[in-house]
Design a protein around this ligand. Structure first.
Ligand code: FAD
Ligand code: SF4
Length: 511
């Protein structure tokens, strides 16, 4: 029996976890829980389930090796499937008086923990999660009183506060933002040879998890044939080094570009290891800065990468905790169309979506622009229900944890929170996808056409969206040009546009 229980959640796998007791001090029990309900509350990709379980089991082994006493509840234990019930049962078994945990990454899980402690009259101690560079309190103080939240302002604030990429009070290189150099497509010649990221051969513990997931979650999306994600800190460090040595230099210019059957390109693939806390964001940034200094990597690439970690990653976490639980229900446009079935199969004639969803379903990975400007863009233009879209994004990516997934989906991709932190809805026609990828070349639709059998659904729905929202778009300086484009169309053309859009939406399952 132990009164002092320390809960380690599946995305808090670091020895720096503030909830962990000091090794050898005795008395406290570390509690880790695998719960089947966490893999089914959204219909999770097999690789996502496997990443969590394999990383948790390796971390359990590490903790035991450190001499800590660990109560580990396994997926197949004879217990209820729900996390909260498993937690309550474990707290009873251990005779818990206090439960200590670092801030959970998910509002729902935080509520389960609070409710379990309340029911059992266990004192709950929630510690700030020191994995993050900006605490929830600091973010709240920064955001307080601001009418709009902008990542760029936050990012400059954190760079000044931390001194990262600063020369005194001036930004390194004299400018805060090198986005102008970083929006290149590959052109006709394509990406050429891009160094492959490492893939980690499953050891016995991981292989056991892969077998378990294949059997127990056989009907879930995805497959495990190519599973090679880092699930230990050692592997995560290898992944970090490989990115910094081989791909960081090319990251900046091509971070928005896409190419068929090239899922990784110059991206880091570190989100999963970061979100499990196998890597600390500070060490990831330090590794990039070290390469910048030593090997004179281009500032556009290094700053572009630092901006993702120090800027976007910290920012969306702050927004999530500021705006929950309302963010999960947000639906600015009142969109209510269900997800077409091909989101779960990738079987669509729209090549951009077939590529982006296809690679997602096979690997559990797509890079940011595929998520935002291909899948998210279609979901917004087609008026899909934000909560369903968000559940899909939470289910299918190996790096999906709600604090980062939800603000990106509801806030950035779907504008469901009405522009709380984006200055405009991110919408694009087929012309953008044609510029940034080779997808349109292999498509049965024509990106330039918005009527007739060959009309690109993305282009058509883009124009129909602008038509629908002309008045709000014309009053926003960042979207007046879009609104002017639709205003130039004659009334007959606009009527045809609406009819064609209705036709496409009515046949969405077969696009
Ligand atoms: P890179 O392109 O190499 O970027 C480097 C790192 O920066 C990433 O590893 C990540 O930690 C961070 N980063 C980059 N962009 C963002 C961003 N917009 N928000 C927060 N961090 C960012 N990221 C997740 O980690 N989990 C999610 O569930 C998730 N869901 C998303 C859903 C949508 C609709 C969109 C548009 C984006 C989502 N993102 C999510 C953000 C981003 O797409 C991924 O972090 C990135 O694609 C991961 O691949 P990478 O490690 O190769 O990233
Ligand atoms: Fe996507 Fe349209 Fe291009 Fe086809 S033509 S790949 S649907 S943007």
């Amino acid at each position: 029996m132990t009164a002092d229980v320390r809960l380690v959640l599946g995305n808090q796998l670091t020895l720096r976890n503030p909830a962990l007791p000091v090794a050898g001090a005795g008395g406290a029990t570390v509690l880790m829980i695998e719960a089947p309900g966490e893999s089914t509350h959204v219909w999770s990709h097999k690789a996502r389930i496997a990443v969590f379980l394999a990383a948790m089991r390796h971390f359990h082994r590490l903790l035991a090796g450190e001499g800590l006493l660990v109560e580990y509840v396994r997926l197949d234990d004879d217990d209820a499937p729900e996390f909260q019930v498993r937690l309550e049962n474990a707290l009873r078994r251990l005779g818990a008086r206090t439960l200590t945990v670092a801030e959970p990454g998910d509002h729902r899980v935080a509520e389960h923990i609070r409710a379990a402690c309340e029911r059992l009259r266990v004192l709950l101690r929630v510690q700030p999660d020191t994995h993050f560079i900006v605490s929830t309190e600091e973010f709240r103080a920064w955001a307080g009183g601001r009418a709009t939240l902008r990542m760029e302002h936050f990012y400059r604030y954190v760079r000044r506060r931390t001194g990262i990429l600063m020369n005194g009070s001036e930004p390194e290189g004299g400018v805060w933002n090198l986005d102008g150099e970083n929006r290149r497509g590959f052109g006709r010649q394509g990406p050429g040879l891009v160094p492959a990221p490492p893939s980690f051969v499953p050891d016995a513990l991981t292989a056991e998890v892969l077998d378990l997931v294949s059997q127990r979650f056989a009907d879930h999306p995805g497959d495990l044939a190519t599973f090679g994600w880092p699930v230990t800190r050692e592997q995560a460090l290898v992944a970090l080094k490989s990115f910094v040595d081989d791909r960081l230099a090319g990251f900046g210019p091509f971070q928005d570009a896409m190419w068929s059957r090239q899922p990784h390109l110059w991206h880091s693939l570190l989100s999963c290891a970061l979100n499990l806390e196998l890597l600390d964001p500070r060490e990831v940034i330090d590794a990039a800065l070290e390469a910048y200094r030593r090997h004179r990597l281009p500032l556009a690439s290094v700053e572009g990468f630092v901006r993702q970690i120090l800027g976007w990653r910290e920012f969306v976490r702050g927004v999530y905790w500021l705006d929950m639980p309302g963010l999960a229900r947000a639906n600015h446009y009142g969109h209510d169309r269900p997800l077409p079935g091909w989101f779960w199969t990738g079987h669509t004639g729209m090549n951009c979506l077939r590529e982006a969803i296809g690679q997602t379903l096979s690997l559990g990975y797509a890079h940011h622009i595929q998520r935002l400007m291909v899948i998210g863009n279609f979901a917004l233009l087609a008026g899909l229900r934000p909560q369903e879209v968000s559940d899909w994004f939470l289910a299918v990516y190996v790096d999906a944890v709600e604090w980062v997934e939800l603000p990106n989906t509801a806030g950035m991709a779907l504008y469901a929170n009405g522009g709380r932190f984006t200055s405009k809805p991110y919408v694009a026609s087929g012309a953008y996808i044609q510029r940034m990828s080779d997808y349109c070349g292999g498509c049965r639709y024509d990106p330039a056409s918005r009527s007739g059998a060959q009309a690109c659904p993305v282009t058509l729905l883009y124009w129909a969206f602008i038509d629908r929202h002309e008045s709000s778009l014309s009053s926003n300086p960042r979207t007046t040009l879009m609104a002017r484009g639709v205003a130039r169309l004659g009334s007959g053309e606009r009527r045809t546009l609406r009819q064609e859009a209705q036709r496409v939406l009515a046949t969405m399952e077969t696009l």
